[in-house]
Design a protein around this ligand. Structure first.
Ligand code: NAD
Length: 488
């Protein structure tokens, strides 16, 4: 998408209390990571604007929370249609702002975003729960699910529009009002959708404000009128949010980092593993919390896997002039690229780690880093233990499967994992023992709106997607009615 900026309009107005307004805070340069060029400037929300947005959401809650599921469903379907009508513009903005190939933004990000709104439009109309009944003689009990109040939703930069959908759709469906803050690096797609949201939703139900984490973000999460904070981001950010909300005891929904283990058994279909890791270890330049980045390969398949995967990774196409040829884009910023480079440098400083392919920043413009495969890694190595969030995959050899499962679980992360074997019994036993929110068998990375996505341990808690997410954005309540005189 380099050089295509002139034909794509940029939107920079925030949505506060039903009005599209310019931010009154500091200007933030929005960069195209594929070229390093500034696309536009977006002004942050000022402190009074953050306050206005929260109070607007607070006021709107009393009526929005009393709408029926059918009414909210209709609005979500209309939002999905609005996204579809603007799909080309939104895909272009996503591609420019993240540097990702346009064809992938169109095909993956946009279709998944639309589907999330349509899923929650249906899910909110068919929720299930415990049966009402007389659990104490003379009393009828029933359970309700009610919205929580104003939700502060804070998103990362890797899939800006899709992450917005994961947060906005279930929160609105459940009857909450929102103040949504995109990453300061990637506000363009949600700002382009803001005019449609202003038309489709009553005043104040959704507010979109821009700004950095330490200023706008921390003001937002600390505000006493905000009843829940939903964050997708770094573990350290999750810790800061928890400290900030402790005073007011807000509910939190945290989706933090990941370091997905990929257990490859001797009897795995080697071609499928190579194709799978080539696709899903490097998708979005590895800036994905579920990326297939930590391979444990059994001794009998290890050498062939390293050799074939090395060739496959070296064939990944990026930074080409013709955007349609590209399979992955750059890192989001020079800082992120340098962070990835320093991880790899430290890893290669270890005598036992072998560079199979990649391991250098790309020499042209933009923040590209070569797709990298490192072999000979040990369980205790930093590169095996810490999230790199870049196009870097490691391979560690194992002999016994029990050892691989122990190593896979020996991690502070617990988001996603996979096991590759043609023996389903083995796969099921491994899947049962892995301490991860998701385990794929002979696959990796696939998400569907109907199934929950979320982690264990320091990957956070709270589920995105699925009816579990609706539960996270609502509170269960018990209503108990005492009977009058017995009928007979
Ligand atoms: P980040 O934590 O730096 O930023 C995420 C958001 O938090 C941004 O909007 C930022 O402005 C805001 N923020 C930062 N400090 C804050 C504070 N003190 N108070 C309130 N808000 C604050 O993360 P990132 O660099 O944008 O994204 C990368 C991270 O996100 C990675 O660790 C990745 O694994 C994680 N991630 C997780 C998932 C998941 O589903 N688990 C999905 C995508 C990304």
């Amino acid at each position: 998408m380099a050089g295509e900026t002139t034909s794509t309009p940029f939107y920079s107005e925030l949505l506060i209390d039903g009005e599209l307004v310019a931010g009154a805070g500091l200007p933030e340069a929005i960069i195209n990571p594929a070229t390093g060029e500034t696309l536009t400037l977006v002004r942050e929300a000022s402190t009074p604007q953050v306050e206005t947005a929260i109070l607007a959401a607070h006021r709107a809650f009393s009526s929005w929370s009393r709408t029926t599921p059918a009414q909210r469903s209709a609005v979500l379907l209309a939002i999905a249609d609005a996204i579809e009508q603007r799909a080309e513009l939104l895909a272009r903005l996503e591609a420019l702002n993240c540097g990702k190939p346009l064809h992938l933004a169109r095909q993956d990000d946009l279709s998944a975003t639309v589907d999330v709104f349509r899923f929650f439009a249906g899910a909110v109309r068919c929720q299930q729960g415990q049966l009402a009944g007389e659990y104490l003689p003379g009393y009828t009990s029933m359970v309700r699910r009610d919205p929580i109040g104003v939700v502060a939703s804070i998103a990362p930069w890797n899939y800006p529009l899709m992450m917005a959908a994961w947060k906005i759709a279930p929160a609105l469906a459940a009857g909450n009002t929102l103040v949504f803050k995109p990453s300061e690096h990637t506000p363009l797609s949600i700002l382009a959708l803001a005019p449609a949201l202003a038309e489709l939703l009553p005043r104040g139900v959704i507010n979109i404000i821009c700004g950095g984490g330490e200023g706008v973000g921390s003001h937002l999460v600390s505000h006493p009128k905000v009843r829940m904070v939903s964050l997708t981001g770094d573990i350290v950010t999750g810790q800061k949010v928890l400290q900030a909300v402790a005073k007011t005891l807000k509910r939190t929904h945290l989706e933090l980092g990941g370091k997905a283990p990929v257990i490859v058994c001797n009897d795995a279909d080697l071609d499928a593993v190579v194709q799978g890791v080539r696709n899903y270890g490097y998708y979005n330049a590895g800036q994905d919390c579920t990326a297939a980045c930590r391979i444990y390969a059994q001794a009998g398949i290890h050498d062939r896997l390293v050799s074939e995967l090395g060739d496959a990774v070296a064939s990944l196409r990026f930074a080409r002039k013709n955007d349609a040829d590209n399979e992955l884009g750059p890192l989001i910023s020079a800082r992120q690229r340098d962070r990835v480079a320093s991880f790899v440098e430290r890893a290669l400083g270890q005598p036992h780690i072998e560079r199979v392919t990649g391991a250098a920043a790309h020499s042209g413009p933009g923040f590209f880093y070569q797709p990298t495969l490192l072999a000979g890694c040990k369980q205790s190595d930093e590169i095996v233990q810490r999230e790199v969030f870049g196009p870097v995959v490691t391979v560690t050899r194992f002999d016994e499967l029990a050892q691989a499962v122990d190593w896979a679980n020996d991690s502070e992360y617990g988001l996603a994992s996979s096991v590759w074997t043609q023996n389903l019994d083995k796969a099921m036993q491994v899947a049962a023992r892995l301490q991860y929110g998701c385990t794929w068998i002979n696959s990796h990375f696939m998400l569907v709106s109907e199934m929950p996505h979320g982690g264990l341990k320091r990957s956070g808690y709270g589920k995105d997607l699925s009816s579990d997410s609706l539960q996270d954005y609502s509170v269960v309540r018990h209503i108990m009615a005492r009977h009058g005189q017995p009928l007979v």
